[in-house]
Design a protein around this ligand. Sequence first.
Ligand SMILES: *Cc1c(COP(=O)(O)O)cnc(C)c1O
Length: 455
Amino acid sequence: MVKIPHRLYLTEDEMPKQWYNMRADMKELPDPMINPATMKPAAEEDLYPVFCKKLAHQEMDNETRYVDIPDEILEMYKIYRPSPLIRAFNLEKALDTPAKIYYKFEGNNTSGSHKLNSAIAQAYYAKDQGLKGLTTETGAGQWGTALAEACSYFGLPLTVFMVKVSYQQKPFRKAVMQTFDAEVIASPSDTTQIGRKILAEDPNTTGSLGCAISEAVEKAVSSEGYRYVLGSVLNQVLLHQSIIGLESKIAMEKLDEYPDVVIGCAGGGSNLGGLIAPFMQDKLTGKADPRIVAVEPASCPSFTRGKYAYDFCDTGKITPMAKMYTLGSGFIPSANHAGGLRYHGMSPILSKLYHDKYMEAVAVEQSKVFEAAVLFAKKETILPAPESAHAIRAAIDEALRCKESGEKKTILFGLTGTGYFDMTAYEAYHEGRMSDYIPTDEELQKGFDSLPQIP
Ligand SMILES: *Cc1c(COP(=O)(O)O)cnc(C)c1O
């Protein structure tokens, strides 16, 4: 009998050398980004003031199926990749389920999440173009940390606008970013015009991702030789994150396995888009038909209660508009603990696939998410990030349904990161202080009212 390992690490040589671009296999493409100045589809050149050239190209490239990963990026990937594919034997036993549960663990690096996969690529291309520095926003802090690591590795200055509520709740995140030489500013701040405007309207605002994006973009376009980078949502980010799914698929093939269901948490959609990439390719090309499930917080339900419409990617309405599932760029979600899932919109690629019924979505409540996180930590000995625990919740629910029905499904989910900077959230859960805020239809309507009118 073949012994099934708990953890399967691919060798360095087995690591993919190319990213995969799902758009090349989509029957219908996502609608193009619109430049708000002209109300016409944005051209690649329109993006050059904001993004560096190679990334602007990746953003617009709907044709190239496989993109070579530059050697410099592969070298840094090898510091922490390939990441392990783990069979959750202990969790299966605890649930008494006939289902097989696998997870791909992306928390094995200092930044503690999958975000480093794209941060390295974005910092590399910026350095390669000879830029002077980068700006970005960070919500929960994982993206800022990942980018700070990557920028320091390639020797690029970085300014991070950190959503104020996280800045206050997670001072140690800031300290980690400073360790990697990043300048960290609480957003909204008085260092930008848009920040000053937002503060004048609401001095007590705890900020939002959309607002921090506006500040970071403003700072980039007004500083010579600077560009802005974003850690999720964009097509280029999903491309970089495809390394997660490509590795998972190779590892599962070695075990003679194929998932019936692939589950991932969805904030802006990058880890999910990356994890599902090669499985979605099988679906799009008719080779296989796994179910694909996005999991989002009930407090910020972009897929399950949002509208599929053109919207700005930021509160300040200065970015190009993208067609996506959105709650409106004016939507500010309640202060739930999964900071990385608090974005108003969703990847245009995933939005299109969801709209065309290639994938499903569920919304889960926070206390149920932490219940799953705690069970998972005890059984698998990894303390999950609150964001990742959304996927755990859905995977557990799927496994419990298998227990009822007796189905022996193979479940694959993405464990995007660790939760060591989220202990105030765990503490609130342990002390019974966690609330499950679900926005009312009236509250969502306010966000929808902020949607731009497209003729
Ligand atoms: C940012 C983050 C997410 C959500 O972002 P996506 O772009 O939707 O993947 C999920 N998990 C962790 C740990 C994160 O840091």
